[in-house]
Design a protein around this ligand. Sequence first.
Ligand code: RIB
Ligand code: CA
Length: 316
Amino acid sequence: MAEIHKIIVDSDTAGDDAAALILAARSKTVEILGVTVAAGNVSLEQAALNSMAALELAGCDAPVYLGATAPLSGEEKECFSVYGKDGMGEADIVHPKGKPREKHAVDFILETVRANPGEVEIVALGPVTNLALAIQKDRETMCKVKRIWSMGTAGFGPGNATPVAEFNVYKDAPAYKIMLELGVPVTILGLDMDDEPTWHDEKKLEEMKEGSEAQRFIATATRKLLEFKKGNGIAAVDLPDAVAMACICWPDFVEETTQCYGSCITEPGETYGMVIFYREGFTYDSMPKIGKCNVSVVSKAKKSEFVDRLNAVFKS
Ligand code: RIB
Ligand code: CA
């Protein structure tokens, strides 16, 4: 019997986060205890609306909680929103019936972990400001989190926010550093695991527009992303958050992880937001062997199966 993961999804919900939420809501291997949102791809309020719209489409009544409006530093890192102003393709497809809960996201996270010590896994799909605030408020409770799954960092490849930094880290690097230093198990799904075999190409997106409600929703929600990608010569969209969620929902999807010590650069400058991974037990030419490890970095997965398996869920 596959393990049932009790998860809190912390997200800055745009198209790919929405795909991840639908995947989780329709997977028998996860129970969504709640969704907490932070600003990132879009504003806090829009992230909540997008989250509720995705959950309602998937028939999931998990509660949504508003969290941080800005990074820990308070100073917003300007980033171009590749998903469109509403994060969902600017196609007027976000009309949830529900409302977010009154309680603050950080209080929901702490109360849920306190009530379920050692059982709650947090799936971080956006800037991790809410997690850092929860750690600052009650570290002892946050040490009872079973595992953090992070769609974040460039993995062992190039960045997207800058040549070396990935968006979720870049939006709040100090928060990411605090998360890495918490000491609970962390599994990282970096951008490098989100490469071509996992992409939805233009032909697939057109096919999805004639498909199920979930397929139409995601194909439309990512139409501005497709325009952005085509500007870089790529006629396809990537869904990094859905790839990350697949690692949790599909027990066989991850084929290899690499134990590392992840060090997040928070100093201003060209490498701000970069996360350097020192492989545990590996002898580098010019430095002593690293004997410590704080993350498991997904380094091999069944990427070529992703698009068909995700669409099988969307069609269900
Ligand atoms: O870098 C990709 C990540 O940044 C994804 O989570 C995307 O939704 C954005 O939040
Ligand atoms: Ca995201």
